[in-house]
Design a protein around this ligand. Structure first.
Ligand code: NI
Length: 160
């Protein structure tokens, strides 16, 4: 296990499209382990491979609902409803903004054995799935923010 460096906004790799994973290899398995470790170390709820400099369609998510999610080659196949709320990203440190996302998504992906499954996600998990899948397409949430991108510190002051 090893921590990987998280790429931040402005790094060109974050704006590129990722390629699908064709087969599980020791290298990919190690990457997935490292992605989970890196996400937890940085107190994130999701991480996509390009954020650690790898242009592959791999996403890890843990929104503290008791499950760890690994999505390989994910594809959102259905969305429903909408939710508007605060979002942040490990690649945009110290910032947050309001983004509208679907309330529910169905996503088709491969698991660690490269077997297909369908994940039905809602609420925060649906938000995380959309955010991370955007990363695989080279898109950051900042382009979706309604109003201003804010400093997290300022927001905390506003709340206090
Ligand atoms: Ni992100």
């Amino acid at each position: 296990m090893a921590l990987r460096q998280v790429r931040t906004i402005g790094d060109e790799i974050l704006y590129k499209k990722c390629k699908p994973v064709k087969e599980m290899t020791p290298r990919i398995a190690q990457l997935i382990e490292d992605m989970f470790e890196t996400m937890y170390e940085n107190n994130g709820v999701g991480l996509a491979a390009p954020q650690v400099g790898i242009l592959r369609q791999i996403v890890v998510i843990d929104v503290e609902d008791g499950s760890q999610y690994l999505l390989i080659n994910p594809e959102i196949i259905e969305t429903e409803g909408s939710q508007t709320g605060q979002e942040g990203c490990l690649s945009v440190p110290g910032k947050a903004g309001i983004v509208t996302r679907p309330e529910r998504v169905r996503v088709r992906a491969l698991d660690e054995n490269m077997e297909e499954f369908i994940l039905e996600a809602e609420g925060m998990l649906a938000r995380a799935v959309c955010h991370e899948c955007d990363h695989l397409n080279g898109e950051l949430y900042v382009s979706l923010v309604e109003g201003e991108l804010k400093n997290v510190e300022d927001m905390e002051e506003e709340e206090a």
